[in-house]
Design a protein around this ligand. Structure first.
Ligand SMILES: [Zn+2]
Length: 223
């Protein structure tokens, strides 16, 4: 099994790239900590309530919470027999700190980990996130510049008024970016020290070009 860490600031396109990888490797497993947290918040679980407090302020959810969430997910995968058929596991939004990386290294052998780093500056991050809108009915995501709905701010499919996620507001985005720079970027140094291979990609290129680079990287990797 190969664990591929998708790494990069919020809005760098990790989710989009994960989708492309999933299309090319249909048997792979995708774990997005953001999706899991949002799901828990929506269902108002204990984890959800705890997480919402941090997320709405642009802060990171504490390591222990995220780590146990990931551990549960890994256990689920091991129990379900999934791991025998699925050779690629994509992690989006994890690890986000040195502590999370150390926890991951207890779960997965170091030589089974690779990473893709999508590099993007704050200005571009803001441009991408602040104009993002979501339809709460069908979960379709729009962008008021790059992926406009046909009618201003309503969903093309359900005609619902589009919603801006509270953590997509500009001041929160700046906060998220700073938190990312401070607690996440040191992980790259740790990758180097542990000889974890990572591919650095300029996140400001066309989506297709980035996808191709990632797919070539995976092709050159045996797993
Ligand atoms: Zn919709």
């Amino acid at each position: 099994m190969l664990v591929l860490i998708l790494f990069g600031p919020p809005g760098s396109g990790k989710g989009t790239q994960a989708n492309t990888i999933l299309q090319n490797y249909p048997n792979s497993i995708y774990i997005s900590t953001g999706d899991i947290l949002r799901e828990n918040i929506k269902k108002n679980t204990e984890l959800g309530k705890l997480a919402e407090n941090y997320i709405s302020k642009g802060l990171l959810v504490p390591d222990e919470v995220i780590n146990s969430m990931i551990q549960n997910k890994f256990q689920e995968i091991n129990n379900s027999n999934h791991s025998k058929n699925n050779k690629l596991l994509i992690l989006d939004g994890y690890p986000r700190s040195i502590n999370q990386l150390k926890f991951l290294l207890n779960l997965v052998p170091i030589n089974c980990i690779k990473s893709v780093y999508l590099k993007l500056n704050l200005e571009e991050v803001i441009k991408r996130i602040v104009y993002r809108r979501i339809c709460l009915k069908c979960n379709r995501i729009y962008h008021l510049i790059y992926n406009k709905p046909k009618n201003n701010e309503t969903c093309d499919i359900c005609n619902e008024k589009l919603h801006q996620r509270s953590d997509d507001k500009e001041e929160i985005v700046i906060n998220r970016y700073n938190v990312y720079m401070n607690s996440t970027l040191p992980i790259l140094q740790e990758f180097k020290e542990n000889n974890i291979s990572f591919l650095e990609i300029d996140g400001n290129q066309e989506v297709e070009k980035i996808s191709q680079t990632i797919l070539n990287y995976l092709k050159s990797t045996t797993f």
